[in-house]
Structures are given as structure tokens and as C-alpha cells.
Design a protein around this ligand. Structure first.
Ligand code: CP
Length: 320
């Protein structure tokens, strides 16, 4: 479902973005981030309605999309537990759901348990569909806010070293960010994971094809002093067998006070959140040490999602 037009009609995968689109979205996000300081509600999307269908739990993605739409002057219709409380329970297909729901609003944000669900909806929908996480597939709006955070924190999107740590088989955020970073020069990736949760081949093939340097490593202590970004991820317990979870848990890929000191001063720890016990730093360190970037990262979800909604919903007549 990749496309490279000047304007997105839907957003289901990181590969859809090119550098021009990213620059456009980040310029909008910068403007909104400045504007958010004055707490002024804008009227850019007056009269527009965003529909959120969440078949999986969420705190950040759902609430920041809702806040983004309200800040832009639009309205929100939201179901936070569609798996149990929508007509999916009665057996309604996604294709039927989207053909009904598109009549009630101007864009649909969907989080679903199945990989490819957002693409299925985008293929039939008259209104833009945004993938807010599809099973083990992708989470492209997270990737966008992650890249925005890297740009802010390091001051560049080229020429840096990043380690992805944790569950790289099931973690859709690391997958989406890898696709996105593959578009920039001089990015060196290291995948650090338990043996049973390694990065899948589709991403490695993409990186090889785009001549992106990557390696796999099992010793986190060896990697930490070398990288500019440590991108931690949660073990996706809900997406693996108990035996796999126990094996991965025993591998102990965690950041704590003992290995935190190995990090370079100018480096950053990122995490899409929620975190469980893969980061074990005291709150005082999280509050004071500039290397802890994950709460600033989560905050960037708001201006970045405002930028995306403005891009998708303002002047829809201009779509190519
Ligand atoms: N990062 C992220 O997707 O968080 P939520 O699951 O809380 O939306």
C-alpha cells in the first residue's frame, strides 16, 4: 500500500513517507508545538469529525489523537474497547464496519489486533484511515513522533547510531521506526534482543535493499557506550506464548543504574511506552537526567498527530 504522492490519502505504513512529506509534517508540528504553549484552541478543522476505533488498549495514541483533533477545533467519536463493545462481537467484518463508520466522520483512526487490518480498511474507505497499531505489524504515527523526537534531541536525522532493544519480533514500533530511519543517510542500527525475539526478516531485507547498516548483538553492555539513541521496547507478553515470554524475561535486557552510567552524556533513551520493568531508573533520574527522553517523546505525540490530521483533513479537494 506504499505511495509517494505529495499528499497522503491514508497513513498505514512508515514506507509511505518520503523526506519531503516528513519535512512538511515536521514544519507543521513545530508550529503547533509553539502554539500549544499558549493553550489556544485552533479552528483549522472546524466541522470535521475524527472517529477512533480501538480494538486494543491504548493510553497515549488514543488520547493524543483525541486531544489533537479537539485542539484543531474538530470533534471526536471514540470507542476505546471496540473488541468487546462494537458489533465486531456479533461478527461484523472490518470492511462492513468501515463502510458504515465513514458516513459518520471525516477520518478513521484504527488500532487492531490483526496485522494488515488498517490496510484492509484503507483499501475500501472513502475517508482517510490512520493506522494506530495493527497487531505485530506497524505503528507509523509512533514512528513519526519518534523521528521528530530524534531530530529535536540530537539536532539531526542523519549520521547517528541507534540500538533497538527488547522484543523486536512483536514490537511494531521498532519495526515502523526502522522503516522510517532507512530513508536517512548514515544511520547505523543495532538490534539487541533475546534469541527468540529477533528482528524479523522483512525489515532486514528492506534495510539491505536500502543499503542501511545494521547488526545484531546480544550483549547490551557492549552496545550502550557506542550509541546515540537507545530505543527500549516492552516484551509484548500478549503476543507470545508463555514459554517464549519466560525465555525472553530471563535474558534481562534492561536499563538500570548499573548500566545507565555506560551511556554517553549526549545520548538519549527512548521508549514508545508503556514501559513495564525493562527500564529500572529512579524517578529522580527520570526527572532530571537529560538522557531520559521518553516522556518528552510521548509529549511530541500531540503536535505530530495535529500535524498529520491537518495534512490529511485540510482541503481534501487537493488530494492527488
Ligand atoms: N506508544 C503507544 O502506542 O502507547 P499506547 O499503547 O498507550 O497508545
Amino acid at each position: 500500500m506504499a505511495q509517494n504522492s505529495a499528499r497522503l490519502k491514508y497513513f498505514t505504513a512508515s514506507q509511505q513517507l518520503n523526506k519531503k512529506l516528513i519535512a512538511d509534517l515536521f514544519a507543521r508540528a513545530d508550529r503547533f508545538k509553539d502554539g500549544l504553549k499558549s493553550k489556544r484552541r485552533l479552528n483549522i478543522l472546524n466541522g470535521k469529525t475524527l472517529i477512533l476505533l480501538f480494538y486494543e488498549p491504548s493510553t497515549r495514541t488514543r488520547l493524543s489523537f483525541e486531544a489533537a483533533m479537539v485542539n484543531l477545533g474538530g470533534n471526536v467519536l471514540s470507542t476505546e474497547n471496540a473488541k468487546d463493545f462494537s458489533s465486531a462481537v456479533k461478527g461484523e467484518t472490518l470492511e462492513d464496519t468501515v463502510r458504515v463508520v465513514q458516513e459518520y466522520g471525516d477520518a478513521i483512526v484504527v488500532r487492531h489486533t490483526e496485522e494488515g487490518a488498517a490496510d484492509r480498511m484503507a483499501a475500501i474507505s472513502r475517508v482517510p484511515v490512520i493506522n494506530a497499531g495493527d497487531g505485530r505489524g506497524q505503528h507509523p504515527t509512533q514512528a513519526l513522533l519518534d523521528l521528530y523526537t530524534i531530530k529535536e534531541e540530537l539536532g539531526r536525522m542523519n549520521d547517528f547510531k541507534i540500538a533497538f532493544v527488547g522484543d523486536l519480533t512483536n514490537g511494531r514500533t521498532a519495526r515502523s521506526v526502522s522503516y522510517l530511519l532507512g530513508k536517512f543517510d548514515g544511520v547505523e542500527m543495532t538490534f539487541v534482543s533475546p534469541h527468540n525475539l529477533r528482528m524479523r526478516d522483512d525489515i532486514k531485507e528492506y534495510l539491505n535493499k536500502h543499503k542501511v547498516s545494521f547488526s545484531e548483538e546480544h550483549d547490551l553492555r557492549k552496545v550502550l557506550p557506542k550509541v546515540d539513541i537507545v530505543y527500549m521496547t516492552r516484551l509484548q507478553k500478549e503476543r507470545m506464548a508463555e514459554a517464549d515470554f519466560a525465555l525472553a524475561k530471563a535474558s534481562q535486557f534492561i536499563i538500570n543504574m548499573e548500566n545507565f552510567k555506560l551511556l554517553k552524556q549526549g545520548s538519549r533513551i527512548m521508549h514508545p511506552l508503556p514501559k513495564v520493568d525493562e527500564i529500572q531508573l529512579p524517578i529522580e533520574i527520570e526527572q532530571k537526567d537529560q538522557r531520559v527522553a521518553y516522556f518528552r517523546q510521548a509529549a511530541n505525540g500531540l503536535p505530530v498527530r495535529m500535524a498529520l490530521l491537518e495534512h490529511l483533513l485540510q482541503d481534501p479537494g487537493d488530494y492527488q
